[in-house]
Write a protein that binds this ligand. Structure first.
Ligand code: UTP
Length: 287
């Protein structure tokens, strides 16, 4: 079945981004000229998604507003001949219909995904975390959609991490059926270096089958009282095969100030015009 739906969980408190994220959702913090979450929606749309569900929360209206039209602003820009300022978001909105649902309490990523049940219905869907973007190479969403066409199973995007960092991530174990594709047999949340089944970490991008919802219903709260998506995936693995796909592009988590700043710099470096303007400052700081 072709994949045309995606969900973007973006309801978390974002405590690592406080105080910046107190009243502005962290997903709305800009990377260069646009909010982080716009990059995520662009990634989904470029992979053929035309129906997208944002999972937000009480204090995150700004995300919903960003993907809505603002007739007064459009009129103002049009009379000043400055329509191009909104062109990136407008062309995106022409490709994808954006819906939203609220997660009433921040009970974890698994609980957030479970809010999508009714919207998703009975078809496989992409799940892209709203606070992580990727650059370079084939995009994760496109890679997962392509892999699903061939493998037909649930998929988890993976990133190889240094052995000393495995304890920060959900780590998968399995058999590499060909370079970059693992048939999974285990998932371990934050293992110690010596107990990690591999160095492949779960990397913010998933392609899920609708059976995940029954697994989420059966998942009891784990660490911090939260319903963990990884725990539900463990239950899914008992019912259905899951493959891990090593992502080709570079991951940027914007959920903490240092990585957010690094992401801005790295993406600025990829834009020659912008980098020319920044270079004198960068050079002077290095002297
Ligand atoms: P994080 O683990 O980064 O949690 O969530 P967080 O609350 O956003 O940030 P910190 O840890 O407090 O700084 C990973 C993803 O899951 C979503 C987040 O929005 C993010 O995309 N999430 C998390 C929810 O949608 N709901 C939740 O209850 C928790």
């Amino acid at each position: 079945m072709p994949i045309h739906k995606a969900i973007i969980p973006a309801a978390g408190f974002g405590t690592r981004m406080l105080p910046a994220a107190k009243s502005i959702p962290k997903e709305m913090l800009p990377i260069l000229d646009r909010p982080t979450i716009q990059f995520v929606v662009e990634e989904a749309a470029a992979a053929g998604i035309d129906d997208l569900l944002l999972i937000t929360s009480r204090n995150k209206r700004a995300i919903e507003d960003h993907f809505d039209r603002d007739a007064e602003l459009e009129q103002r820009l049009s009379s000043a001949n400055k329509q191009s300022l909104l062109s990136s978001i407008q062309s995106l909105m022409a490709k994808v219909t954006v819906h939203s649902v609220r997660q009433p309490e921040q009970r974890g990523l698994g609980d957030a995904v479970n809010r999508a049940r009714r919207h998703v219905g009975d078809e496989p869907f992409l799940c892209l975390l709203g606070d992580t973007i990727f650059s370079g190479g084939s995009s994760p969403a496109a890679q997962l959609v392509d892999a699903h066409r061939e493998l037909g199973t649930a998929l988890i995007g993976l990133e190889q991490v240094p052995p000393e960092n495995v304890e920060r991530y959900g780590i998968v174990g399995g058999t590499e059926i060909r370079p970059g594709v693992l048939k999974l047999d285990t998932l371990v949340e934050k293992p110690s270096k010596n107990n990690a089944p591999s160095h492949f970490a779960i990397a913010a991008r998933y392609l899920l089958t609708p059976s995940i919802f029954d697994c989420l219903d059966r998942t009891t709260p784990g660490k911090g009282g939260e319903i963990q998506l990884t725990d539900a995936l463990k239950l899914l693995l008992r019912k259905e095969p899951i493959h891990g796909i090593v992502l080709q592009s570079r991951r940027h988590d914007i959920g903490n100030p240092v990585d957010w700043l690094k992401t801005n710099l790295l993406l600025a470096r990829q834009d020659p015009k912008l980098w020319d303007q920044l270079l004198p400052l960068v050079r002077s700081l290095l002297q």
